[in-house]
Design a protein around this ligand. Structure first.
Ligand code: KG4
Ligand code: ZN
Length: 361
């Protein structure tokens, strides 16, 4: 089956066409991503109102490009998927409403996909990973360790109690006068810095529950920076290196706790899977590899362009859901908040609180 996927939950306007065969193997026929990063960069972060307007302006064109690149007409597809949340509600409304219009006019099924579920299932598109697996999702908005046991069967093992990891990188970059998004800039500076120069905390270290906390680390970094201001180029590099090393150590410790909890509850996972923009960081990839090695499991990291937000992951999650007959009505509401555990699967309906109504962020 062939599915069109639409992603507009944050600052990427994206559309893709993906094919899933009866054996469950996937193929990307097209994947078009338009980043709004330049429109938000001067503000040092995503401005929701600007994002929503930019999605309205770009989406028709991006969908047209994805359909043309896949050499498909709307007639030839089997369903339309859109990210229905969680995310910035203005953008989510643009994408979901567009998907509904395409589904209605062309008499195709609609799949209202959870954006986090799409990140979680990408590894099945790129590597055919079998359930159950342990997912480490780290992006600008989310930091989660999830037991992925089947479609719509997601158990949250750990999460952040304050900032997301990507957000901590972005705030660090902003503090040090580096550009937005901060992750790649901090990583670049860190390569020429001394990670041992500043002693920063490792929040939540050694706790049994695999949760994260990043805000104390960010504050400690700010205090160190203030102590030695004005900052030289080498100071900035050393601060970045010390920060990144603290994050790497925290990920090592927290993920070990996560995989341990997974093993206790569900047995040995088939793989450790990374998703989200933070997985582009080479030092973080190395520590993920280390955790996988320590537990004797495979590490799967989808290609960077599929780790960050894209339409192919939405189309793929839509195709996986469509294959199980999990389609949605045209009056389904967009959701700013939509925890992964509330996503419905083939076995059990979603809890009553998860059905229908839009929620505020
Ligand atoms: O998944 P993503 O593209 O968008 C969402 O937030 O959903 O992730 C973007 C986040 C940003 O916070 C960015 O700073 C971070 O991922 N990021 C990185 C790196 N590349 C992107 N963080 C650390 N190191 C990187 N190389
Ligand atoms: Zn995302």
């Amino acid at each position: 089956m062939v599915v069109l996927g639409i992603e507009t939950t944050c600052d990427e306007t994206a559309a893709a066409v993906v094919e899933r065969d009866d054996s469950g193997a996937g193929k990307i026929l097209s994947n078009v991503v338009l980043s709004q990063v330049h429109e938000h960069a001067i503000f040092g972060g995503v401005v929701p109102e600007i994002a929503a307007r930019a999605h309205v302006e770009a989406l028709d064109h991006i969908i047209g490009k994805a359909m043309a690149a896949a050499d498909k007409t709307f007639d030839a597809i089997d369903g339309v998927a859109a990210a229905a949340g969680p995310g910035l509600i203005g953008g989510v409304i643009v994408g979901l409403t567009t998907a509904k219009a395409i589904a209605l006019v062309n008499d195709k099924p609609l799949m209202a996909v959870n954006h986090l579920e799409a990140h979680a299932l990408t590894t099945r598109l790129t590597a055919g990973t079998a359930f159950p697996y342990c997912l480490f999702l780290a992006s600008g908005g989310h930091t989660q360790i999830v037991a992925v046991r089947g479609i719509g069967d997601y158990a949250l093992l750990g999460t952040t109690i304050d900032d997301a990891i990507g957000e901590a990188f972005d705030k660090t970059a902003k503090l040090l006068g580096l550009g937005y998004p901060g992750g790649p800039q901090v990583e670049k500076e860190a390569t020429r810095g001394d990670a041992a120069r500043f002693s920063l905390p490792r929040p939540m270290y050694r706790r049994a529950e695999p949760d994260f906390s990043l805000s104390g680390l960010k504050t400690a970094l700010r205090l160190e920076a203030e102590k030695i201001a004005p900052l030289s180029d080498q100071d900035v590099a050393d601060l970045c290196a010390s920060f990144q090393q603290a994050v790497v150590d925290v990920i090592h410790d927290r993920l070990r706790a996560g995989v341990r909890l997974f093993r206790r509850r569900y047995g040995v996972p088939n793989a450790l899977v990374a998703a989200g923009g933070v997985a582009a960081n080479q030092a973080i990839r190395k520590v993920l590899q280390r955790v996988a090695f320590e537990f004797g499991i495979n590490l799967v990291v989808p290609p960077s362009e599929l780790c960050t937000d894209n339409g192919a992951m939405i189309a793929w999650a839509g195709a996986e859901r469509l294959a199980l007959g999990l389609t949605d009505p045209l009056d389904i509401a967009p959701r700013a908040r939509w925890p992964l555990e509330e996503v419905a699967g083939p076995r059990a309906p979603a809890p009553a609180s998860a059905q229908g109504n839009a929620e505020s962020a």
